[in-house]
Design a protein around this ligand. Structure first.
Ligand code: PLP
Length: 347
């Protein structure tokens, strides 16, 4: 039954997220490991292309594969690159714009094969990298495009946000979380790959493994061997919500974020980002005043917001992602934040 449900969930998610029909999928613990396992598959595929077998020979002495990331890539992407032997710092970092989007016109002049890591949903602004620009650049070389979409990939389920995610289906692999926007419990990362054979090269538990049957065996496609059937929870949520329900989950959270942004702006706070998704990045006067606001909100206890660093000073991150948050809740949260700002004395 686990294998059957895995197959159903793969098909549903590929349809929901508008990924290429043959896209392969595997569950892991979270987006960090989803990123790491796809970067490992990319590493092995690109090096196989130049005649190097990573699984047999390791990385010592292997040909050089350049890695490109955006300036605002998530911190765990660097951790994943380090984990798979590509190095946290041995990367070409492309500058980002004021929303945290990789500036594709500044991609370096490199020969392929290249591994490029793009992002769907910057953790502060919710911004999306320009996937078409990146894919066009890569098409002139050879290589692999990976997308970290821990929460942002779910924007693909919302027809209102098609422009934001254009070109995302041109990637070779994608990472996301079930335990963020889909609201299943922790320990649910989802890793997609364009060609399933690229997983077997890296993760087959037996060298030279060929599938004995058509059914998907997780131990030959993931870093784990024994593992729980994460697809059951995801199946339940998708079965309950349906395609429209997942779209509504995304739309409602994004509408809530937009509503909060409007109210905070009206009350004199500075909204630092274009609110294109479920993230609102706010500052009250300056960094230190914003730190006092965050402390006041956390002491109040009705709403929780955390700090981040944005363009050299502290900002406050608001993230709307619970299935239970209604627009009334969002309005109430904005009122609480505005009241706290009044007590802190900024604005
Ligand atoms: C949360 C997040 C991650 C890490 O996800 P985990 O599930 O905590 O491993 C990676 N990238 C982005 C953009 C994220 O928001």
């Amino acid at each position: 039954m686990g294998a059957k449900l895995h197959d159903v969930v793969r098909r549903w998610l590929v349809e929901l997220l508008h990924l290429p029909a043959e896209t392969g999928m595997a569950f892991v613990t979270g987006a960090t490991v989803a990123n790491a396992s796809r970067l490992a598959a990319a590493r092995d595929a690109l090096l196989a292309g130049v005649g190097w077998d990573v699984q047999e020979s390791g990385l010592f002495g292997a040909p050089d594969i350049p890695v490109v990331i955006g300036e605002r890539a998530h911190s765990t992407l660097s951790k994943s690159l380090g984990l798979v032997g590509l190095g946290r710092s041995r990367v070409h970092v492309v500058p980002a714009d004021d929303q945290g989007r990789l500036r594709s016109e500044l991609l370096p002049d490199l020969d392929g094969p290249v591994l490029v890591c793009a992002q769907a949903g910057e953790v502060n602004t919710g911004a999306f990298d320009p996937f078409d620009g990146i894919a066009d650049w890569l098409a002139e070389r050879s290589g692999w495009l990976h997308v970290d979409g821990a929460f942002g990939l779910w924007a693909r389920a919302d027809p209102n946000r098609a422009d934001l995610v254009a070109g995302l289906d041109r990637a070779d692999s994608w990472a996301t979380d079930g335990h963020k926007w889909l609201n299943v419990t922790y320990d649910c990362g989802v890793a997609f790959v364009r060609r399933l054979a690229d997983l077997r090269r890296t993760f087959a538990a037996v060298a030279g493994y060929l599938p004995a049957s058509e059914s998907f065996e997780a131990m030959h496609h993931t870093p784990q061997s024994s593992q729980r059937a994460r697809q059951i929870e995801v199946w339940s949520v998708l079965r309950t919500l349906g395609r429209d329900g997942v779209a509504a989950l995304v739309t409602t959270a994004c509408d809530g974020a937009a509503l909060i942004a409007d109210r905070l702006r009206a009350a004199g706070l500075t909204v630092l980002n274009d609110v294109v998704l479920n993230q609102v990045l706010v500052r009250l006067d300056d960094g230190p005043t914003t730190e006092r606001l965050i402390a006041a909100i956390q002491a109040d206890g009705r709403v929780w917001c955390g700090p981040t660093q944005w363009q050299g000073a502290t900002a406050m991150r608001i993230s709307v992602s619970s299935w239970r948050t209604t627009l009334d809740d969002a309005a109430h949260a904005a009122d609480v934040i505005v009241a706290c700002a009044g007590r802190v004395g900024g604005g």
